[in-house]
Ligand binder design. Structure first.
Ligand SMILES: NC(=O)C1=CN([C@@H]2O[C@H](COP(=O)(O)OP(=O)(O)OC[C@H]3O[C@@H](n4cnc5c(N)ncnc54)[C@H](OP(=O)(O)O)[C@@H]3O)[C@@H](O)[C@H]2O)C=CC1
Ligand SMILES: CCCCCCCCCCCCCCCC(=O)[C@@H](N)CO
Length: 337
């Protein structure tokens, strides 16, 4: 039998090699961090939950902030919140009431936001607007299926559509930051009206990230887990019981915390932004060829995923099967059957 010292020599060598590779990749990937100070940041959904937290955080970091949402009262309230954290008299804060899930309105909102900046396009678009209305697939109507795609996918895609045309025409080397969800990596029972739109966002950004290298426009996409927001309270009122149960293993986080992680990911130049254990595991296990997903750390998360995800899948599926009788009773009660 080889002595322990002989065994440890190749192991030590491998360990040293890993450290060298890791340090070299860290050295070469070190870029200067993006700083929102003095930049015009445009935040859709900036009156509630993650969007509001992000708008406040950007204002605290010295950015000019434009927020967009439909409800005027909440816009006014959010603008007061921004005033409360003002860092300098030169900062500009504006609110615009538009429905960004419609192409014309998304474009008009962006146009309006350029007025205080001599017609110049914002430097960064943070696309937080979105809505979730969970439910069972067989209970959806044709209209609901289309509306939910608007509320999730188009609510972000139309702004990116109008924004990127402007950025390219004006030569703005800006940023477009999409907010998907963990449910853009996988899904669970009850999210058929929501997950497809978030998956579609992921598809769009994979194409944009590749194409916009030509313009120097950076694309980012965040994959938050449960956010304790007013939106979550609303969706939980209609969320199927089984969905609530399957979500229990995600602890959830306050919007302020997620806004910090999101902005930190953007500043560091991360493409797929995940920040918690579950997010990192799903990102690394779904990584494909997306930039930044092949680091040593990602390989470790992928290894954990290879073991943990089949176990989780088994658990989720057995909970759904156990729910079958209750679900049929529910469908009868709702007169679907
Ligand atoms: N809450 C959660 O658990 C999770 C949420 N997400 C995603 O994160 C993002 C933020 O969610 P959350 O923090 O819950 O936010 P909220 O649901 O609390 O707030 C949504 C914001 O978006 C605005 N908005 C929604 N639809 C439109 C629209 N069509 N046009 C203009 N503004 C719109 C709302 O204002 P108004 O209604 O006045 O227009 C509000 O400002 C969403 O994209 C959501 O899908 C991702 C993972 C988990
Ligand atoms: C190691 C592996 C363990 C895996 C555990 C995974 C449990 C995840 C459950 C689902 C969480 C859903 C979060 C996003 C919700 C969302 O986007 C909506 N609320 C929209 O508002």
């Amino acid at each position: 039998m080889p002595s322990p010292s002989l065994l440890s020599t190749p192991l030590l060598g491998l360990f040293a090699l890993c450290i060298v590779v890791f340090s070299l990749s860290a050295m070469f990937s070190r870029k200067s961090k993006w700083d929102p100070n003095g930049k015009h940041c445009y935040v859709t959904g900036g009156t509630s939950g993650l969007g509001l937290s992000l708008a406040i955080l950007l204002a605290k970091r010295g950015a000019h902030v434009s927020i967009v949402a439909r409800n005027q009262e909440r816009l006014d309230k959010a603008l007061k919140d921004l005033e409360n954290v003002r860092q300098s008299p030169s900062q500009k804060f504006h609110g615009y009431s538009f429905a960004v899930d419609k192409a014309k309105e998304a474009s008009a909102a962006l146009e309006a936001s350029t007025v205080p900046f001599d017609g110049k396009c914002p430097d960064a678009l943070f696309l937080c607007a979105g809505k979730s209305r969970p439910g069972f697939f067989v209970e959806q109507t044709e209209e609901l299926m289309v509306t939910t795609m608007e509320e999730t996918y188009w609510a972000q895609a139309w702004t990116a559509f109008a924004g990127s045309k402007r950025m390219v025409k004006e030569g703005v080397q800006g940023k477009i930051v999409f907010v998907a969800s963990l449910l853009a990596y996988f899904s669970i029972a009850g999210y058929s009206p929501y997950s497809p739109g978030k998956f579609a966002i992921r598809g769009l950004v994979e194409a944009l990230q590749a194409e916009f290298l030509m313009y120097g426009i950076d694309i980012h996409i965040a994959f938050p887990g449960t956010i304790f927001s007013p939106g979550l309270e609303e969706e939980n009122k209609v969320k199927p019981k089984i969905t609530l149960k399957l979500e229990e293993s995600d602890d959830g986080m306050e919007p302020d915390k997620i806004a910090e992680y999101l902005l930190s990911g953007v500043s560091k130049g991360m493409f797929h932004i995940t920040y918690d254990f579950i997010g990192n595991v799903f990102r690394a296990s779904t990584r494909g060829s997306s930039p930044g997903n092949s680091s040593l750390l990602s390989q470790i998360y992928a290894f954990i995923g290879a073991i943990a995800l089949p176990i989780w899948r088994h658990d989720v599926d057995s909970k759904v099967r156990a729910h079958r009788d209750e679900h049929y009773a529910y469908l009868k009660e709702k007169k679907f059957l």
